[in-house]
Write a protein that binds this ligand. Structure first.
Ligand SMILES: Nc1nc2c(ncn2[C@@H]2O[C@H](COP(=O)(O)OP(=O)(O)OP(=O)(O)O)[C@@H](O)[C@H]2O)c(=O)[nH]1
Ligand SMILES: [Mg+2]
Length: 507
């Protein structure tokens, strides 16, 4: 990693919070608060925790499977869908259940047709606080994914379990960030997103949330241009003030298509090819609805069971898309068809957003969770011996530039600063709103020569310096401009510390 890659943005605050938590754990040694602080400290070195949340049947588990590239999370109506389940990287394959009361226990599991089949035995889902699936996986090495039961469901105790997990009242949230799935934007979705925000300065912060318009292929009623329609809807949400103040971005994703793409089998490609060979009139009739597609009939060369399975795996849109691609000669093998499904699904864009918005700022997000946890302990177990810790926590929040950037981004997104729209857009970018890497901040292609980065950063410093000194600017706008200058100077400092000629890499 070059000096330009993150000395300033990530590790500064992380190191400070780690040192503070060490001191706090020592101060509270031999107490339950001390034990808790030791756990909180350990979280700083573990992968970022991203929860996947949303209403019942929003497509959470399917999306998780698509991200991991394996069918780990159950997508049927089985009892396991009612348990908060952690999927984390491990040295070996192991499934453990953690009851609310009592010791954790390993449970047996097996792979069946690619699915992970977990046997709970005598454990009842409602008695379990969580289930942990350890699975060696590159995706999970970068971030632990937490599948949560659907909220606002008929079964209110299941909803309550998820809400208590994501936004607990008496302890810090277990997840550092959330990927929230919604099929349309409803009031309950808005309430949920508001609830997840941490209590920092009592203002909602969109930094730790990404919204996904899920089951995107269904929004355009399965039409072949469904994904374009849904792209337009997502773009509209992204411009919406309320949505912008609640999450980083809104992306449409057809998780089912992505899951099928990452796990497509040869026989599925063959079935699509056979359907593509049908007379057009015949196939159009067949694909009018899901019911028609699986209706009994044997003149297709594909029996009913196969069609039903194909529909489960691809949805009507996926079947139509596959047939169109095969007919157009755009795909000639199972691998090419799999690639096309992945590409159409929007999962790559989501992955990129998870990387720039969450993974690249994992240290800041984790530091924030750590600080919130510490502040809670200090409030719940006040002691005069810990007063300096509270002061230090406050100092880190108030003056560490990463936190200042986060607060400013938040205010900009909420429309709370009197700046023209074009300035808001540029300020957001320079503060890391599109990703914290220098390329994202300066809007340059990632591989650009170092001089170009220096030039762009210097020009931005000058531009925002002038804004900060403008006599007619309001005090808030002046302060915001000063902080943007600080961010740009930080980028410059990192750049000039980098070995000469080396292009800046991601933070
Ligand atoms: N067409 C289509 N169907 C999907 C998509 N994602 C999920 N589904 C289907 O929707 C149903 C629910 O999917 P899940 O992934 O289990 O949804 P969930 O949000 O985890 O559901 P709960 O955990 O029960 O709340 C399944 O039948 C999936 O096949 C998608 O992108 N497109
Ligand atoms: Mg589920």
């Amino acid at each position: 990693m070059s000096a330009a890659s993150g000395a300033r943005t990530g590790s500064g605050v992380h190191t400070q919070v780690a040192a503070l938590l060490d001191r706090a754990a020592e101060r509270y040694r031999d107490t339950t608060a001390g034990e808790h602080l030791t756990d909180v400290r350990a979280r700083l070195s573990a992968p970022l925790r991203v929860a996947i949340a949303g209403k019942v049947k929003a497509g959470k588990s399917t999306l998780l499977n698509a991200l991991v590239g394996e069918q780990l999370a159950p997508t049927d109506a089985g009892e396991c869908t009612r348990i908060v389940t952690w999927y984390q990287d491990g040295l070996t394959y192991r499934v453990t259940v953690q009851p609310h009361d009592g010791p954790s226990a390993q449970v047996p599991f097996r792979r069946e047709d690619g699915h992970l089949d977990i046997r709970l035995g005598e454990h009842r889902p409602e008695d379990l606080e969580r289930m942990v699936v350890e699975w060696p996986s590159a995706t999970l090495r970068a971030m632990t994914l937490i599948d949560t039961p659907g909220i606002a469901s008929l079964s209110s105790d299941v909803s309550a379990r998820t809400t208590a997990f994501l936004a607990p009242e008496d302890r810090p949230a277990e997840a550092d960030a959330v990927c929230y799935l919604m099929r349309h934007l409803h009031a309950t979705d808005v309430r949920f997103l508001e609830g997840f925000h941490d209590d920092e300065a009592a203002s909602a912060t969109p930094m730790n949330a990404i919204a996904v318009l899920s089951r995107a292929d269904e929004i355009g009623v399965g039409r072949i241009d469904a994904m374009q329609t849904v792209q337009r809807i997502a773009a509209r949400y992204r411009r919406d003030r309320q949505v912008r103040s609640l999450c980083q971005t809104v992306l449409p994703v057809a998780g089912l298509l992505a899951e099928a793409g990452t796990t497509l089998r040869q026989d599925e490609h063959e079935a699509i090819t056979r359907l593509a060979a049908l007379d057009r009139q015949r196939s159009n009739d067949l694909l009018l609805s899901a019911d028609r597609f699986v209706a009994p009939g044997d003149d297709l060369g594909l029996d009913e069971g196969v069609r039903r399975e194909l529909l489960d795996r691809l949805g009507l849109f996926g079947v139509r898309l596959g047939i169109a691609l095969v007919r157009a000669g755009s795909v000639r093998s199972a691998t090419e068809l799999a690639g096309a499904y992945v590409q159409h699904s929007g999962i790559s864009e989501l992955r990129a957003a998870l990387t720039t918005q969450f993974r690249d700022r994992a240290e800041l997000l984790k530091a924030r969770t750590g600080l919130t946890a510490l502040e809670q302990v200090l409030r719940q177990h006040p002691t005069s011996a810990a007063e300096d810790l509270a002061a230090e926590a406050e100092r880190i929040r108030a003056s560490t530039h990463e936190f200042v950037e986060a607060r400013l981004l938040n205010a900009l997104r909420a429309g709370n600063l009197p700046l023209p729209d074009t300035d808001v857009e540029e300020a957001e970018r320079l503060l890391g709103g599109q990703g914290s890497a220098p390329a994202a901040r300066l809007d340059l292609p990632a591989g650009s020569p170092a001089e170009q980065f220096v030039q762009a950063a210097s020009a931005a410093v000058q531009r925002w310096q002038r804004r900060a000194e403008h006599p007619l600017s309001s005090p808030d706008a002046t302060e915001a401009a000063r902080q943007v200058v600080r961010s740009c100077e930080g980028i410059l400092a990192d750049l000039t510390q980098a070995p000469s000629g080396s292009p800046p890499t991601g933070r």
